[in-house]
Ligand binder design. Sequence first.
Ligand SMILES: Cc1cc2nc3c(=O)[nH]c(=O)nc-3n(C[C@H](O)[C@H](O)[C@H](O)COP(=O)(O)OP(=O)(O)OC[C@H]3O[C@@H](n4cnc5c(N)ncnc54)[C@H](O)[C@@H]3O)c2cc1C
Length: 318
Amino acid sequence: MPRSVIVIGGGIIGCATAYELAKAGCLVTLLERATPGAEASSAAAGILAPVGQTRRSDPYQKLALDSWRRYPDVARELRDLTGVDVEHMTAGTLYPISGKGEQGVAQEQLRWPLAKEMGMRVVEGRELRDMEPALAADITAALFVRGDHWINNQRLVTAYASAATERGVLIRTGIEVTRLIAEGSRVTGVVAAGERLEAEAVLLAAGAWSAPIAASIGLELPVVPVRGQMLAVSNVPALLRHAFHGHQGYLTPRPSGELLVGATVEHVGFERAMTPEGLAHLACKGGARRQLVNHEAQRETGIHPLRLSQQGHELAVR
Ligand SMILES: Cc1cc2nc3c(=O)[nH]c(=O)nc-3n(C[C@H](O)[C@H](O)[C@H](O)COP(=O)(O)OP(=O)(O)OC[C@H]3O[C@@H](n4cnc5c(N)ncnc54)[C@H](O)[C@@H]3O)c2cc1C
């Protein structure tokens, strides 16, 4: 274990790792060019679904499962230390099933070794309707994954940043790392805002910006930016009790009654602006409207009809 570590980036990865390193006795400095959670970690839906609908048994899934198993304890630990409730919800996700092909896939998923631990089962007809009265009438069956969790990711970053500070991490905000310093094959420090900072180890946790920083010492990282737009419908009656992951998008209810509708996946480089087209896709084809919630529920949320206004453009979704 190194005695001193510089962490680049104050997203969920940087803040959580800084906290754990400090707990283990390291002297940690975290450098964040904006504020903790300024980028992807605040944009996310917070869904913790390590299995999803794809069967894999690689190191990535092992990491995802180990992480998922720790969440209840992490949520408790952060609340005890910082007083921040990260809204850890454990109600599970419904994945709609339509047609014989998808029924076959769902039956196969029930035979996965993890099916029992993840609480997987098929729910249909009346039972599904009772679980989620707001679902569109043509959704008649779903794979229910009881073990899927979700958290309020904005609160999670806040809690981790505050816990890290509590454990002695020095968080410096508004400071941008421009390059790494290497001696032989070891990274020994960084240059940030013209200042040279050194440590026994450097952790690069700058999310989508990690590749350009690594390139400063000639390293090629296979990391590319992906834009994801999401719609948050607030001040609605709590429509859904479970998360819902349809073919075109997902809905995640938060305890506040807010409903998150996500998400687009767009390869547009570092372009981060929301677009009327992206929001319309989420409200209409991609998620909230028609496919996922019934018409009465749409009226309650104000999703139907909806007017979106962005950067001088206005667009009606009907
Ligand atoms: C719409 C959307 C929905 C998502 N939903 C989910 C979900 O439901 N579940 C899930 O698990 N994941 C989800 N994700 C993915 C998740 O948000 C990311 O995987 C995660 O937040 C990445 O965290 P990070 O700390 O690596 O990066 P980031 O949160 O991007 O943090 C990187 C930090 O580094 C800082 N930084 C960058 N360059 C520098 C520099 N040169 N110097 C100093 N600081 C720098 C940035 O300001 C930023 O704060 C979603 C993503 C999006 C966009």
